[in-house]
Design a protein around this ligand. Structure first.
Ligand code: SAM
Ligand code: SF4
Length: 361
Protein backbone atom coordinates (compact mmCIF):
# COMPACT_ATOMS: atom_id res chain seq x y z
CA UNK A 1 0.00 0.00 0.00
CA UNK A 2 1.59 3.32 -1.05
CA UNK A 3 1.56 6.43 1.11
CA UNK A 4 0.20 9.58 -0.46
CA UNK A 5 2.89 12.27 -0.78
CA UNK A 6 2.35 15.61 0.98
CA UNK A 7 2.82 19.06 -0.59
CA UNK A 8 6.51 19.29 0.31
CA UNK A 9 7.24 15.88 -1.19
CA UNK A 10 5.23 16.65 -4.34
CA UNK A 11 7.19 19.88 -4.85
CA UNK A 12 10.45 18.04 -4.29
CA UNK A 13 9.61 15.49 -6.98
CA UNK A 14 8.42 18.15 -9.45
CA UNK A 15 11.79 19.89 -9.11
CA UNK A 16 13.85 16.67 -9.14
CA UNK A 17 16.19 16.45 -12.13
CA UNK A 18 18.36 13.48 -11.26
CA UNK A 19 17.28 10.64 -13.63
CA UNK A 20 18.41 7.98 -11.17
CA UNK A 21 16.28 9.45 -8.37
CA UNK A 22 13.34 9.84 -10.75
CA UNK A 23 13.45 6.09 -11.41
CA UNK A 24 12.15 5.73 -7.83
CA UNK A 25 9.13 7.94 -8.64
CA UNK A 26 8.37 5.96 -11.83
CA UNK A 27 8.66 2.70 -9.91
CA UNK A 28 6.30 3.86 -7.15
CA UNK A 29 3.72 5.20 -9.63
CA UNK A 30 3.82 2.00 -11.71
CA UNK A 31 3.47 -0.23 -8.63
CA UNK A 32 0.52 1.85 -7.37
CA UNK A 33 -1.12 1.71 -10.80
CA UNK A 34 -0.74 -2.08 -10.89
CA UNK A 35 -2.07 -2.50 -7.35
CA UNK A 36 -5.16 -0.31 -7.79
CA UNK A 37 -6.21 -0.52 -11.44
CA UNK A 38 -4.26 -3.50 -12.76
CA UNK A 39 -2.65 -4.06 -16.15
CA UNK A 40 -5.69 -3.30 -18.32
CA UNK A 41 -5.41 -0.25 -20.56
CA UNK A 42 -8.88 1.07 -21.30
CA UNK A 43 -9.58 2.55 -24.71
CA UNK A 44 -11.93 5.52 -24.98
CA UNK A 45 -12.90 6.36 -28.56
CA UNK A 46 -12.61 10.14 -28.94
CA UNK A 47 -15.02 11.87 -31.31
CA UNK A 48 -14.37 15.58 -31.81
CA UNK A 49 -17.94 16.52 -32.67
CA UNK A 50 -17.56 20.28 -33.24
CA UNK A 51 -14.77 22.83 -33.52
CA UNK A 52 -17.12 25.81 -33.12
CA UNK A 53 -16.45 27.67 -29.88
CA UNK A 54 -17.79 30.86 -28.33
CA UNK A 55 -14.90 31.17 -25.88
CA UNK A 56 -11.62 33.05 -26.12
CA UNK A 57 -9.28 30.79 -24.15
CA UNK A 58 -5.85 32.33 -24.61
CA UNK A 59 -4.22 28.92 -25.11
CA UNK A 60 -6.52 27.15 -27.58
CA UNK A 61 -6.54 27.12 -31.38
CA UNK A 62 -10.35 26.72 -31.45
CA UNK A 63 -10.95 30.09 -29.71
CA UNK A 64 -13.67 32.19 -31.37
CA UNK A 65 -11.18 34.83 -32.55
CA UNK A 66 -9.33 32.32 -34.72
CA UNK A 67 -11.28 33.46 -37.75
CA UNK A 68 -9.25 31.67 -40.43
CA UNK A 69 -10.15 28.28 -39.00
CA UNK A 70 -12.76 26.42 -41.08
CA UNK A 71 -15.46 25.32 -38.65
CA UNK A 72 -17.42 22.04 -38.70
CA UNK A 73 -20.11 20.37 -36.62
CA UNK A 74 -20.72 16.64 -37.08
CA UNK A 75 -24.25 15.48 -37.87
CA UNK A 76 -26.10 13.14 -35.52
CA UNK A 77 -25.70 10.36 -38.11
CA UNK A 78 -21.92 10.93 -38.29
CA UNK A 79 -21.66 10.80 -34.49
CA UNK A 80 -23.69 7.59 -34.33
CA UNK A 81 -21.53 6.05 -37.05
CA UNK A 82 -18.43 6.87 -34.96
CA UNK A 83 -20.06 5.27 -31.89
CA UNK A 84 -20.80 2.13 -33.92
CA UNK A 85 -17.18 2.08 -35.03
CA UNK A 86 -16.12 2.25 -31.35
CA UNK A 87 -18.18 -0.89 -30.72
CA UNK A 88 -16.75 -2.69 -33.75
CA UNK A 89 -13.21 -1.87 -32.58
CA UNK A 90 -13.99 -3.29 -29.12
CA UNK A 91 -13.88 0.00 -27.19
CA UNK A 92 -16.04 0.36 -24.06
CA UNK A 93 -16.50 4.13 -24.10
CA UNK A 94 -17.17 6.90 -26.56
CA UNK A 95 -16.07 10.44 -25.64
CA UNK A 96 -17.99 13.24 -27.34
CA UNK A 97 -15.77 16.32 -27.18
CA UNK A 98 -16.11 19.75 -28.69
CA UNK A 99 -15.78 23.47 -28.36
CA UNK A 100 -18.33 25.32 -26.28
CA UNK A 101 -20.81 25.39 -29.12
CA UNK A 102 -24.43 26.55 -28.69
CA UNK A 103 -25.10 24.80 -32.03
CA UNK A 104 -24.78 21.56 -30.05
CA UNK A 105 -28.25 22.02 -28.61
CA UNK A 106 -29.57 20.51 -25.42
CA UNK A 107 -32.12 18.40 -27.28
CA UNK A 108 -29.72 17.46 -30.08
CA UNK A 109 -27.16 16.06 -27.61
CA UNK A 110 -29.94 14.42 -25.55
CA UNK A 111 -31.18 12.56 -28.64
CA UNK A 112 -27.66 11.42 -29.56
CA UNK A 113 -26.98 10.12 -26.04
CA UNK A 114 -30.30 8.23 -26.02
CA UNK A 115 -29.57 6.63 -29.38
CA UNK A 116 -26.05 5.56 -28.42
CA UNK A 117 -27.31 4.09 -25.13
CA UNK A 118 -30.21 2.31 -26.87
CA UNK A 119 -28.08 0.82 -29.64
CA UNK A 120 -24.76 0.08 -27.96
CA UNK A 121 -23.27 -1.06 -24.64
CA UNK A 122 -20.94 1.98 -24.63
CA UNK A 123 -20.36 4.29 -21.69
CA UNK A 124 -20.86 7.87 -22.90
CA UNK A 125 -18.47 10.59 -21.79
CA UNK A 126 -19.17 14.23 -22.61
CA UNK A 127 -16.60 17.03 -22.78
CA UNK A 128 -18.45 20.03 -24.13
CA UNK A 129 -17.26 22.83 -21.85
CA UNK A 130 -19.21 24.88 -19.32
CA UNK A 131 -22.84 24.14 -20.10
CA UNK A 132 -25.88 25.12 -18.02
CA UNK A 133 -26.96 23.00 -15.08
CA UNK A 134 -30.26 22.29 -16.88
CA UNK A 135 -28.41 20.90 -19.90
CA UNK A 136 -26.00 18.86 -17.78
CA UNK A 137 -28.91 17.38 -15.81
CA UNK A 138 -30.85 16.55 -19.00
CA UNK A 139 -27.83 14.79 -20.53
CA UNK A 140 -27.27 12.79 -17.35
CA UNK A 141 -30.94 11.76 -17.35
CA UNK A 142 -30.61 10.74 -21.01
CA UNK A 143 -27.85 8.31 -19.97
CA UNK A 144 -24.51 10.16 -20.17
CA UNK A 145 -22.14 8.47 -17.71
CA UNK A 146 -19.17 10.79 -17.43
CA UNK A 147 -18.16 14.41 -17.92
CA UNK A 148 -14.66 15.79 -18.53
CA UNK A 149 -13.90 19.40 -17.65
CA UNK A 150 -10.30 20.36 -16.94
CA UNK A 151 -9.82 23.13 -14.39
CA UNK A 152 -6.55 23.79 -16.31
CA UNK A 153 -4.80 25.41 -13.31
CA UNK A 154 -5.82 25.96 -9.69
CA UNK A 155 -4.04 29.35 -9.74
CA UNK A 156 -7.12 31.57 -9.81
CA UNK A 157 -5.35 34.68 -11.15
CA UNK A 158 -3.68 32.70 -13.94
CA UNK A 159 -6.95 30.94 -14.85
CA UNK A 160 -8.82 34.27 -15.03
CA UNK A 161 -6.09 35.69 -17.26
CA UNK A 162 -6.17 32.82 -19.78
CA UNK A 163 -9.84 31.80 -19.63
CA UNK A 164 -11.99 34.95 -19.94
CA UNK A 165 -15.63 34.71 -18.82
CA UNK A 166 -18.39 34.95 -21.42
CA UNK A 167 -20.46 37.51 -19.53
CA UNK A 168 -19.95 39.27 -16.23
CA UNK A 169 -19.94 36.11 -14.14
CA UNK A 170 -16.41 34.75 -13.55
CA UNK A 171 -15.91 31.10 -14.59
CA UNK A 172 -15.70 28.61 -11.78
CA UNK A 173 -14.84 25.20 -13.23
CA UNK A 174 -14.07 23.79 -9.79
CA UNK A 175 -17.61 24.59 -8.55
CA UNK A 176 -18.98 23.10 -11.78
CA UNK A 177 -17.02 19.88 -11.17
CA UNK A 178 -18.71 19.57 -7.77
CA UNK A 179 -22.12 20.04 -9.41
CA UNK A 180 -21.32 17.38 -12.01
CA UNK A 181 -20.52 14.97 -9.19
CA UNK A 182 -23.78 15.83 -7.45
CA UNK A 183 -25.65 15.08 -10.71
CA UNK A 184 -24.15 11.58 -10.61
CA UNK A 185 -21.57 11.88 -13.37
CA UNK A 186 -18.23 10.12 -13.06
CA UNK A 187 -16.23 13.30 -13.14
CA UNK A 188 -12.95 14.00 -14.87
CA UNK A 189 -10.69 17.00 -14.87
CA UNK A 190 -7.07 17.88 -15.47
CA UNK A 191 -4.49 20.48 -16.28
CA UNK A 192 -1.97 21.68 -18.83
CA UNK A 193 1.61 21.75 -17.58
CA UNK A 194 3.93 24.61 -18.50
CA UNK A 195 1.47 27.44 -19.13
CA UNK A 196 3.31 30.78 -19.19
CA UNK A 197 3.15 32.09 -15.63
CA UNK A 198 2.38 28.68 -14.09
CA UNK A 199 4.62 27.80 -11.15
CA UNK A 200 5.90 24.55 -9.64
CA UNK A 201 3.98 25.47 -6.50
CA UNK A 202 0.69 25.88 -8.31
CA UNK A 203 1.09 22.50 -10.07
CA UNK A 204 1.71 20.90 -6.65
CA UNK A 205 -1.57 22.51 -5.55
CA UNK A 206 -3.30 21.21 -8.70
CA UNK A 207 -2.22 17.66 -7.81
CA UNK A 208 -3.53 18.04 -4.26
CA UNK A 209 -6.80 19.39 -5.67
CA UNK A 210 -7.19 16.22 -7.78
CA UNK A 211 -7.18 14.35 -4.49
CA UNK A 212 -9.50 16.78 -2.67
CA UNK A 213 -12.06 16.67 -5.49
CA UNK A 214 -11.84 12.85 -5.49
CA UNK A 215 -11.81 12.88 -9.29
CA UNK A 216 -12.59 9.73 -11.24
CA UNK A 217 -10.51 10.68 -14.29
CA UNK A 218 -7.53 12.99 -14.55
CA UNK A 219 -5.95 14.15 -17.82
CA UNK A 220 -2.56 15.88 -17.78
CA UNK A 221 -0.77 17.14 -20.88
CA UNK A 222 1.91 19.63 -21.78
CA UNK A 223 0.86 23.13 -22.81
CA UNK A 224 1.68 23.30 -26.54
CA UNK A 225 1.74 26.87 -27.88
CA UNK A 226 -0.53 27.57 -30.85
CA UNK A 227 0.81 30.45 -32.97
CA UNK A 228 -2.63 32.02 -33.58
CA UNK A 229 -3.37 32.42 -29.87
CA UNK A 230 -2.34 35.10 -27.34
CA UNK A 231 -0.22 32.51 -25.49
CA UNK A 232 1.24 31.24 -28.76
CA UNK A 233 4.45 33.20 -28.64
CA UNK A 234 4.36 34.66 -25.17
CA UNK A 235 7.39 34.45 -22.93
CA UNK A 236 6.69 34.07 -19.21
CA UNK A 237 7.15 37.34 -17.33
CA UNK A 238 10.57 37.72 -15.69
CA UNK A 239 8.92 38.13 -12.33
CA UNK A 240 7.96 34.44 -12.42
CA UNK A 241 11.02 32.76 -10.96
CA UNK A 242 9.22 29.50 -10.24
CA UNK A 243 7.99 28.92 -13.85
CA UNK A 244 7.35 25.22 -14.48
CA UNK A 245 8.48 24.00 -17.93
CA UNK A 246 6.13 22.39 -20.48
CA UNK A 247 8.64 19.58 -20.97
CA UNK A 248 7.87 15.92 -21.46
CA UNK A 249 9.66 14.90 -18.25
CA UNK A 250 7.65 17.40 -16.18
CA UNK A 251 4.42 15.90 -17.51
CA UNK A 252 5.55 12.40 -16.49
CA UNK A 253 6.34 13.70 -13.00
CA UNK A 254 2.84 15.21 -12.72
CA UNK A 255 1.23 11.98 -14.02
CA UNK A 256 3.22 9.81 -11.60
CA UNK A 257 2.44 12.03 -8.60
CA UNK A 258 -1.23 12.09 -9.58
CA UNK A 259 -1.26 8.27 -9.51
CA UNK A 260 0.18 8.40 -5.98
CA UNK A 261 -2.45 10.84 -4.68
CA UNK A 262 -5.40 9.31 -6.59
CA UNK A 263 -4.46 5.62 -6.78
CA UNK A 264 -7.69 4.28 -8.34
CA UNK A 265 -8.37 7.11 -10.81
CA UNK A 266 -8.43 6.59 -14.56
CA UNK A 267 -5.47 8.52 -15.95
CA UNK A 268 -4.91 8.77 -19.72
CA UNK A 269 -1.59 8.97 -21.51
CA UNK A 270 -2.78 12.04 -23.41
CA UNK A 271 -2.61 12.91 -27.10
CA UNK A 272 -0.68 16.08 -26.14
CA UNK A 273 1.98 13.86 -24.57
CA UNK A 274 2.06 11.74 -27.74
CA UNK A 275 2.43 14.96 -29.73
CA UNK A 276 5.64 16.04 -27.99
CA UNK A 277 7.05 12.51 -28.10
CA UNK A 278 5.46 10.73 -31.06
CA UNK A 279 7.91 7.82 -30.75
CA UNK A 280 7.01 6.51 -27.27
CA UNK A 281 5.42 9.28 -25.19
CA UNK A 282 2.26 7.24 -24.69
CA UNK A 283 4.11 4.10 -23.63
CA UNK A 284 6.20 6.05 -21.12
CA UNK A 285 3.02 7.66 -19.78
CA UNK A 286 1.53 4.18 -19.27
CA UNK A 287 4.69 3.05 -17.47
CA UNK A 288 4.68 6.09 -15.18
CA UNK A 289 1.13 5.98 -13.82
CA UNK A 290 -1.37 6.13 -16.71
CA UNK A 291 -3.92 3.39 -17.57
CA UNK A 292 -6.05 4.83 -20.39
CA UNK A 293 -5.61 5.67 -24.10
CA UNK A 294 -8.00 7.78 -26.14
CA UNK A 295 -7.81 6.65 -29.78
CA UNK A 296 -9.27 9.16 -32.21
CA UNK A 297 -12.50 8.21 -34.00
CA UNK A 298 -13.17 11.61 -35.55
CA UNK A 299 -13.72 11.28 -39.32
CA UNK A 300 -10.39 12.03 -41.01
CA UNK A 301 -11.89 14.93 -43.01
CA UNK A 302 -12.46 16.83 -39.73
CA UNK A 303 -9.35 15.82 -37.80
CA UNK A 304 -7.00 18.58 -38.86
CA UNK A 305 -9.68 21.20 -38.24
CA UNK A 306 -9.75 20.26 -34.54
CA UNK A 307 -6.41 22.01 -34.14
CA UNK A 308 -6.24 22.96 -30.47
CA UNK A 309 -2.44 22.97 -30.85
CA UNK A 310 -0.19 22.37 -33.87
CA UNK A 311 1.26 19.06 -35.11
CA UNK A 312 -1.22 16.98 -33.12
CA UNK A 313 -0.47 13.24 -33.09
CA UNK A 314 -2.65 10.83 -35.14
CA UNK A 315 -4.06 13.49 -37.44
CA UNK A 316 -4.49 11.31 -40.55
CA UNK A 317 -5.00 7.73 -39.30
CA UNK A 318 -8.47 6.20 -39.60
CA UNK A 319 -10.16 4.92 -36.43
CA UNK A 320 -9.21 1.34 -37.28
CA UNK A 321 -5.54 2.20 -37.94
CA UNK A 322 -5.39 4.23 -34.74
CA UNK A 323 -6.88 1.38 -32.68
CA UNK A 324 -4.51 -1.19 -34.22
CA UNK A 325 -1.48 1.00 -33.56
CA UNK A 326 -2.48 1.50 -29.91
CA UNK A 327 -3.13 -2.21 -29.34
CA UNK A 328 0.40 -2.93 -30.62
CA UNK A 329 1.88 -0.25 -28.36
CA UNK A 330 0.01 -1.65 -25.33
CA UNK A 331 1.20 -5.21 -26.03
CA UNK A 332 4.79 -3.99 -26.54
CA UNK A 333 5.01 -2.99 -22.86
CA UNK A 334 3.40 -6.18 -21.56
CA UNK A 335 -0.03 -4.72 -20.82
CA UNK A 336 -3.44 -5.75 -22.14
CA UNK A 337 -6.41 -3.92 -23.63
CA UNK A 338 -9.18 -3.52 -21.02
CA UNK A 339 -12.64 -4.90 -21.74
CA UNK A 340 -15.96 -3.26 -20.89
CA UNK A 341 -16.46 0.34 -19.91
CA UNK A 342 -13.50 0.58 -17.53
CA UNK A 343 -15.27 2.81 -15.01
CA UNK A 344 -13.72 3.78 -11.72
CA UNK A 345 -13.25 0.93 -9.28
CA UNK A 346 -15.40 1.31 -6.24
CA UNK A 347 -14.72 0.13 -2.69
CA UNK A 348 -16.75 -3.01 -1.92
CA UNK A 349 -17.09 -2.11 1.71
CA UNK A 350 -14.19 -4.22 2.93
CA UNK A 351 -11.38 -1.89 2.10
CA UNK A 352 -10.75 -3.78 -1.15
CA UNK A 353 -11.46 -2.55 -4.64
CA UNK A 354 -13.60 -4.33 -7.21
CA UNK A 355 -12.80 -4.30 -10.90
CA UNK A 356 -15.21 -2.76 -13.35
CA UNK A 357 -13.25 -4.19 -16.22
CA UNK A 358 -16.25 -5.86 -17.82
CA UNK A 359 -19.91 -5.09 -18.21
CA UNK A 360 -21.65 -1.77 -18.34
CA UNK A 361 -21.83 0.70 -15.51
N1 SAM B 1 -14.16 22.95 -24.94
C1 SAM B 1 -14.04 21.98 -23.92
C2 SAM B 1 -13.28 22.53 -22.74
O1 SAM B 1 -12.62 23.55 -22.88
O2 SAM B 1 -13.35 21.90 -21.69
C3 SAM B 1 -13.41 20.69 -24.39
C4 SAM B 1 -12.45 20.78 -25.52
S1 SAM B 1 -10.90 21.56 -25.11
C5 SAM B 1 -10.15 21.67 -26.69
C6 SAM B 1 -10.05 20.22 -24.32
C7 SAM B 1 -8.76 20.57 -23.62
O3 SAM B 1 -7.75 20.90 -24.57
C8 SAM B 1 -8.76 21.75 -22.71
O4 SAM B 1 -9.34 21.45 -21.47
C9 SAM B 1 -7.27 22.09 -22.60
O5 SAM B 1 -6.69 21.53 -21.43
C10 SAM B 1 -6.67 21.41 -23.84
N2 SAM B 1 -5.92 22.40 -24.65
C11 SAM B 1 -6.41 23.48 -25.26
N3 SAM B 1 -5.41 24.19 -25.84
C12 SAM B 1 -4.26 23.52 -25.57
C13 SAM B 1 -2.88 23.75 -25.87
N4 SAM B 1 -2.49 24.83 -26.58
N5 SAM B 1 -1.98 22.87 -25.42
C14 SAM B 1 -2.36 21.77 -24.74
N6 SAM B 1 -3.64 21.49 -24.42
C15 SAM B 1 -4.59 22.37 -24.83
FE1 SF4 C 1 -13.22 26.54 -26.60
FE2 SF4 C 1 -12.45 24.53 -24.97
FE3 SF4 C 1 -10.73 25.67 -26.71
FE4 SF4 C 1 -11.56 27.06 -24.60
S1 SF4 C 1 -10.34 25.13 -24.58
S2 SF4 C 1 -11.42 27.83 -26.72
S3 SF4 C 1 -13.66 26.34 -24.40
S4 SF4 C 1 -12.53 24.50 -27.23
Amino acid sequence: MSTSPDRREILGWLREENPRRLEELWRRADATRREYVGDAVHLRGLVEISNHCVRQCAYCGLRADHRELIRYRMTAEEILAAAREAVSLGYGTVVLQGGEDPGLTSTGITDIIRQIKAETPLAVTLSLGERSETELAAWRTAGADRYLLRFETSDRALFDAIHPPLGRQPCDRIALLRRLKALGYETGSGIMVGLPGQTYTSVADDILLFRDLDLDMIGIGPFIPHPTTPLGNSIPPESITDQIPNSEITVYKAVALTRLVRPDANIPATTALATINKHNGRELGLQRGANVFMPNLTPVKYRQLYEIYPAKACISETGATCGGCLATRIASIGRRVGRGTGGRRTPNGQGRYVLQDTGVL
